[in-house]
Design a protein around this ligand. Structure first.
Ligand code: PLP
Length: 394
């Protein structure tokens, strides 16, 4: 079989070769960054250098970057601030307990939001249009005086749709709410700027930008006091306890630096490959819906729904010929429900079940796309030939 082709970069990415080099180097740097001796100071210097690199990727100041154990942890940390009260801490949200978010967030935001709702917090899930964008008027209407936090992802992991973050942040600020964006998918793919976008909190994850798994960051603008989710240590300026994941953090710094070097040239290349793939699918396969926004979208993400087939079946048939794609979020696969994102778009259910996400990355080539376009049409035809759901359609 030819070399396997990885087209699932929104689930995770392989380590960048330079990141790999840094990881190997760091295996020898074992000092605890909190130690005052030479071993500790060397680790501290490397962590701080990484902090500056991660900050640079999103135009933050280094001291605004709080390293976490994942993007999920960063998202949990910021949403959990709504649980703070005047009695528990001097945290930023005060007595405003309400959350406004969207129906298409990553599960780590959605589930945290649902948990807050069970605790009695007022929570609004904004719907999206057919292209996956929120309605800013609906956001404005949801911004009651009790809303303390608005959390809207920059770019969606399943369909790639990008929201107007500056406009949303301004609406939140008009009523005195704070604004968070999950930029895990956007960072390193499109320019991200916490200052220009006027956001208060921003989430990053290393393994989506060719860094290692198990390390992320929460950017906290203006050094607002926040409550740690993990208690018990002064690390990260008291905002996240636990001895730092020095290897992971330094690797994330290098990953961020490489993204800054590569992103500008890579984005148009991936967009062209994605456009070619979309065209090839539409020309060679009938009864297809392309999900997402035609312009406000990530360069390398393509989500398509095929009438009358199961996305999981497509995934497995493609895997059998050495091509890795996804049915949506990696976290939702395993369940046979259509993805919450595809359903929120209003895709007809007989299409929604047949959705796959193809996400390209820095090592994707023209040849990979050509092979995908050779393999996919006969797989769809084969699955439809045995599908009662398809044959019933005219
Ligand atoms: C992957 C992802 C996360 C979670 O990040 P982890 O580091 O895997 O916990 C959060 N949000 C989005 C949009 C993601 O794609």
């Amino acid at each position: 079989m030819p070399q396997p082709i990885y087209l699932d970069h929104n689930a995770t990415t392989p380590l960048h070769p330079e990141v790999k080099r840094v990881v190997v180097e760091m295996l020898e740097v074992f000092g605890n960054p909190s130690s005052l001796h030479t071993f500790g100071r060397e680790a501290r210097e490397r962590v701080d250098a990484a902090r500056a690199k991660v900050a640079a990727l999103v135009h933050a100041r280094p001291e605004e970057v709080v390293f976490t154990g994942s993007g999920s942890e960063a998202n949990n940390t910021v949403l959990s601030l709504l649980r703070c009260t005047k009695e528990t801490c001097r945290c930023v949200l005060g007595s405003r307990r309400g959350l406004v978010t969207t129906a298409i967030e990553h599960p780590c935001v959605l589930e945290t939001a649902k948990f807050l709702r069970r605790l009695g917090h007022p929570v609004t899930f904004l719907g999206v249009d057919r292209q996956g964008r929120i309605d800013l008027e609906a956001l404005r209407a949801a911004l009651t005086p009790e809303v303390g936090l608005v959390s809207i992802m920059t770019a969606n992991n399943e369909i790639g749709t990008i929201q107007d973050i500056l406009a949303a942040a301004r609406l939140a600020h008009e009523v005195g709410a704070l604004f968070h964006t999950d930029a895990v998918q956007a960072a390193g793919k499109i320019p991200v700027d916490v200052a220009a976008w006027e956001v208060d909190f921003l989430t990053l994850s290393a393994h989506k930008i060719y860094g290692p798994k198990g390390v992320g960051a929460l950017v906290v603008r203006g050094n607002m006091p926040i409550c740690p989710l993990i208690l018990g240590g002064h690390q990260e300026a008291g905002r996240r306890a636990g001895t730092e994941n020095t290897i992971g953090i330094v690797a994330m710094g290098e990953a961020a630096r490489q993204r800054q070097l590569e992103m500008a040239a890579e984005a148009p290349r991936l967009a062209a490959l994605r456009d070619g793939l979309r065209r090839g699918i539409l020309e060679n396969i009938p009864d297809v819906i392309v999900n997402g926004h035609p312009e406000h979208t990530l360069p390398g993400t393509l989500n398509v729904s095929f009438l009358g087939v199961e996305g999981e079946a497509i995934l497995l048939y493609l895997d059998a010929v050495g091509i890795a794609v996804s049915t949506g979020s990696a976290c939702a696969s395993g369940s046979l429900e259509p993805s919450h994102v595809i359903m929120a778009l209003g895709v007809p259910v007989e299409y929604a079940h047949g959705s796959i996400r193809i996400s390209l990355g820095r090592e994707t080539t023209e040849k990979d796309i050509e092979r995908m376009l050779v393999e996919l049409p006969p797989i769809i035809a084969k699955l439809r030939a045995i599908s009662s759901a398809y044959r019933r359609k005219p």
